[in-house]
Write a protein that binds this ligand. Structure first.
Ligand code: C2E
Ligand code: MG
Ligand code: MG
Length: 581
């Protein structure tokens, strides 16, 4: 049984390559059908050529001998098709049939004086020449084609299938919906060989590693069906199929780990290598190739990063989160260090479409100038305790801009800033607020602090104390994302807020779900009973606006009337609004 498995595995890499890029194969049914058709035609040639009979067609006698040529032509066509479609086997069968036909035709001429066979011999000789020419030309073209194909799918240095071949195989497996694992294997400390002994020695190492990996794949040592490819440089890719569970997959990966760890001697120097192997499974971890390779990359990076002696990492979502958070952390720290954090202003309007204020929203770009969503960096910053710094920078920059705008235009619009729970709880927060108000000369009544509802559960008393102090300074308070938390009515009653912000999630469902509409209507009523104004966030459709109008909402913030914009656009909006007053 083992031997059988090992035999099957032995030619895995080549066989898979051949299955992927080999020529189209025609069915054996066609092969035998052509042979039967040929034999039938040949029999009819013999029968008709010996017959003196005639067929009566339309009252006219039609000698059977006259249609001998038709059957002969059909037979020869079968032979040509056999050679064209079935290559060598077709060629051999055709040659046997043709060579066999000569003696019987010659015998017919000599013994039976059947001179019609002279034409047959001549036709068969020409057919023989034709099929020989077709076969030899095709064979030469195919050889050249195979050489080109091999070059296209082979890594020249290691002789392994290349990136293109592995991508093609992954595509095919995905198309079939077959489960498979992809592992990337990087050689640790490979650069050292290149640096100390030069590129020739480095190439020798890579060739040796490639041959070890291929041997492991083709020897049947692993009990899975594996395909090894080179990704260029010191990176190899394994496509692993037919594993039953995680343990079997892990066994296979361990075989490859061992294969590269044996000593390797190059130019008289001994080297010991280890690999970083990252692995992910389709479709468990990702349902497309790009995402799967991203998972594998994450797993490889995790092996490199963690110094726990493991050389194999099986991808899990937890690793992805950790990796992602680490990446975001680097970007946040860089943005803070280089002072590249900016703000956008999203306008807020009353129901008559008059500008009432702006919400300042943090904006961050990475080194390539690509925007990173607040939904991505705010939670990481909160986790790391960097949110206070972000809040402070956004607040300071937005307040400086807005203070100048008020001095210039005398607008009555209000600037809203988001303050995180952590930031609010910090002892220095109130001092910061006073300092920024003084420096920007922003009137306190034109500043609003947005606090999310979760504050109320987290640390009620301290938060309340702080919020009352903010109110005493004349600054307004808004409760952000209202409806998503758990605030109790009695608590809300004693909360000194000025504004409730209804979360976008309710506005989204409002026109498709009647209970959501009732819920929004209830929030608005409660807000009014408690003397709060109510603003709806995330209004995108005119129908939502109409509904909000009918249920008595006071203010609107959403893409329908204004997206977050840069300071210049915000200034223009203020000026236009004042002009139209
Ligand atoms: P938020 O305070 O509830 O801000 C509203 C978010 O909804 C903003 O997303 C805004 O662009 C988006 N939005 C407004 N109208 C629409 C709409 O019609 N359709 C859609 N699809 N979205 C709309 P953004 O800028 O991505 O901010 C997300 C969250 O990040 C904010 O939610 C806030 O919780 C947080 N955040 C942003 N800036 C800061 C900041 O400076 N400090 C703190 N602590 N948090 C911030
Ligand atoms: Mg907000
Ligand atoms: Mg909100």
């Amino acid at each position: 049984m083992k031997t059988k498995k090992s035999d099957r595995s032995r030619a895995t890499t080549e066989k898979t390559l051949h299955d992927l890029f080999g020529n189209v194969r025609f069915s054996m049914f066609g092969f035998f059908a052509l042979i039967i058709l040929y034999v039938g035609s040949y029999a009819l040639v013999v029968i008709t050529s010996h017959s003196d009979g005639a067929l009566m067609l339309g009252g006219q006698p039609f000698p059977l001998r006259s249609i001998t040529g038709v059957f002969s032509a059909i037979g020869n066509l079968c032979l040509v098709l056999l050679v064209v479609l079935y290559k060598k086997p077709g060629f051999i069968v055709s040659m046997i049939f043709l060579l066999f036909s000569f003696p019987s035709a010659i015998t017919g001429i000599i013994l039976n004086k059947n001179y019609i066979s002279i034409a047959g011999i001549f036709t068969n000789a020409l057919t023989l020449l034709a099929i020989y020419t077709i076969y030899s030309t095709n064979a030469a073209a195919e050889k050249a084609q195979a050489r080109l194909r091999d070059q296209a799918v082979t890594d020249t240095l290691t002789g392994l299938p290349n990136r293109f071949a592995s991508a093609e195989l992954m595509d095919k497996l995905c198309e079939k919906g077959e489960k498979f694992a992809v592992a990337v294997l990087n050689l640790k400390n490979f650069k050292g060989v290149n640096n100390t002994l030069g590129h020739n020695a480095g190439n020798a190492v890579l060739r040796e590693m490639a041959s070890r990996l291929k041997k492991a794949a083709d020897s049947g040592l692993t009990h899975t069906r594996d395909f090894v490819a080179s990704q260029g440089g010191d990176e190899f890719l394994l496509i692993i199929r037919d594993f039953h569970d995680e343990a079997e997959l892990n066994d296979t990966l361990k075989q490859y780990e061992r294969a590269i760890e044996d000593r390797i001697t190059v130019e008289g120097c001994d080297f010991f290598f280890t690999g970083s192997i990252g692995c992910a499974v389709y479709p468990t971890d990702a349902d497309n190739i790009d995402a799967l390779l991203a998972c594998v990359g994450t797993a490889v990076a995790e092996v490199r990063r963690s110094d726990n002696g493991d050389h194999i990492c099986r991808f899990t979502p937890a690793i992805a989160n950790a990796e992602h958070a680490l990446e975001v952390e680097r970007k946040i720290r860089a943005a803070l260090e280089n002072d590249t954090l900016t703000f956008a202003l999203q306008p807020q309007f009353d129901m008559a479409h008059r500008l009432s204020g702006f919400e300042a929203l943090a904006r961050m770009k990475d080194a390539d100038g690509k925007n990173i969503e607040p939904g991505v960096f705010i939670p990481v910053a909160e986790e790391l305790g960097l949110i206070d710094k972000i809040d402070y920078i956004v607040f300071k920059k937005a307040a400086t801009f807005f203070g100048a705008l008020i001095r210039e235009t005398h607008t009555k619009a209000v600037l809203s800033v988001n303050v995180s729970v952590r930031h609010l709880m910090r002892n220095g927060f109130l001092d910061e607020l006073r300092e920024v108000l003084a420096a920007s000369s922003l009137p306190p009544e034109q500043l609003e602090v947005e606090i999310t509802e979760s504050i109320m559960i987290d640390s009620v008393d301290k938060a309340l104390e702080c919020i009352r102090e903010i109110k005493r300074m004349g600054v307004k308070i808004a409760i952000d994302d209202f409806g998503t938390g758990y605030s109790s009515l009695s608590y809300l009653n004693s909360f000194p807020a000025d504004m409730l912000k209804v979360d976008k999630s309710f506005i989204d469902k409002m026109n498709t779900n009647d209970s959501s509409k009732q819920y929004v209507a209830a929030i608005i009523s409660i807000g009014h009973v408690m003397n709060f104004a109510v603003i709806s966030e995330g209004v995108e459709q005119p129908e939502q606006l109409e509904t909000l109008r009918t249920i008595g909402c006071d203010y609107i913030q959403g893409f329908l009337w204004g997206r977050p914009m840069g300071p210049d656009a915000a200034k223009k909006l203020v000026v236009d609004d004042l002009r139209s007053a």
